[in-house]
Design a protein around this ligand. Sequence first.
Ligand code: B12
Ligand code: SF4
Length: 507
Amino acid sequence: MSLISKDLALKTLLVYPEFPDTYWSFRHALWFEGKRSAFPPLGLMTVSALLPDSWKRRLVDMNVRPLKTSDIKWADVVFASAMIVQKDSLRHVVELCKAAGKRVVIGGPYVSTSRGHLPEADHIFLGEAETTLPEFVRDLENGQPKRIYQAPERPALSTTPIPHFQLADLKRYSAMSIQYSRGCPFQCEFCDIIEIYGRVPRTKSNEQMLAELDALFNLGWRGTVFIVDDNFIGNKRNVKRLLPVLADWSERHGHPFSFIPEASVNLAEDDELLEGMRRARFRRVFLGIETPVEASLKEAQKGQNIRGDLLNSVRKIQSYGMQVMAGFIVGFDNDPEDIFERQIEFIRESAIPLAMVGLLTALPDTQLWRRLEREGRLLTESSGNNTDGSLNFIPKMDAARLVEGYKTILRTIYSPGEYYQRALNCLERVITVEPEPRGGGLIRDARALSLVVLALGIRDRARAEFWRYLGQAYARHRENFADAIKLAAMGYHLRKLAEDGAQIGGG
Ligand code: B12
Ligand code: SF4
């Protein structure tokens, strides 16, 4: 018996559960800009585009607005997506929707990697959904939907439709997201990306990318576009073909976007790539540096970070007009006793204001997870948040010392004096001639500036450092003054997190 008719306009509620405050939430900085969340849920916007056109859709990103009873009542079917950090909120959403008698479908990275502990949804999607969702729709029409849909293979991204960006309330986000590739050729031991998306990077075509940019442009988006690929340069050959096309598109559209990708450090080895990125207006890049300690990099199978001098690599990328953001990790077996001082020193020297430092975490289904399990050192499932100060394995270093040292790093690098100095050094090194495109216009800029001044220049106990910073930024980097303000706001977020006991040390 058919559960739905082919022509029926099924009402589809897409729910993105809440996540806690972490490095990436930038929650303490977003309110200056009048935004509610940093990025929209691209996974769900992609899911929406894979469903039949005739279905009605509503997206609720709980990081932007609460999920209301009326939303649930309205829906015939609920689709929810989550990362591990959202698991409690996901469970709550599933319970609420099931109690209201709705059909609930779940998927995304948490669901794909944590099969054993999932909430009681009707349908569970493991892996990428490009082929399984159309199959599910057909099964539903035929009255025989399955409980579990496991993607049989990793789909070519040519099958990925343009995400339904129009579902998101664009003005509530500080950046929009697009995806160019999935997968990464490297084999870092702690990484779950290669387990979820594989080691052969698959890319979209240039035409697909331009169509996505057109879609965002036509919706009125102006400003930052985050390229969510875990390693944007995973397939260098294709990226080199994309970049000139991207630069040309930007030129023709009056440079409406600036791009932020994540990339591996070997980006620094390739001048052609760097030049292409500069031309296409890449203004920041997030690098996986992890540690300056060679033995720990070897242990992590991160050979690409040993090939050159890491500080020089950062400096070179900065010289191409890109601010470097980066991830750092402590807790490797080979970390020496002075690892904390060495990380602090490296972050200081590299002029990376937005340094995300985490404790090593064993994510499910990773090589690290399997090794620690073999060695009898696994303690528990990961909280999914590598910056909350909790350990899910027995480290080689004394655990209390490791957590204490970790807290010392955070307190030091985000302290106002250290942070503002790094931000100034970064502005010094990153020379950009064109101002960054911003979506809000003058009034929004003026409002954001006055809120920053109120919070950091008047209310904050570190106001003296703020004014010194602002004075120097104005004197030396007037052309990038907006960047300087933005960096101050982001630094405030990171300091707030570091000061918030609940975030560091697991409560
Ligand atoms: C963008 C991103 C973010 C963004 C925004 C999240 C958002 N609003 O979407 C931000 C920066 C906020 C973020 C933060 C974090 N993130 Co994040 N993030 C990503 C990233 C890079 C891309 C996600 C994305 O948009 N992908 C593109 C879409 C199209 O892919 P997708 O989500 O997989 O969706 C496909 C399928 O999974 C499926 N699908 C997805 N959802 C659903 C739902 C249903 C019902 C169905 C049927 C199918 C389905 O269909 C899609 C098409 O195939 C991923 C890595 C990655 N490559 O995906 C990490 C990732 C999801 N993040 C991760 C982590 C750990 C974090 C942080 C905890 C890091 C930190 N310590 O701060 C924080 C936590 C959140 C917070 N408090 O800030 C992990 C999650 C691990 C896990 N197993 O859960 C990932 C996998 C990265 C990694 N290497 O570990 N993140
Ligand atoms: S470079 Fe990044 S995405 Fe690639 S395997 Fe290493 S950690 Fe994972």
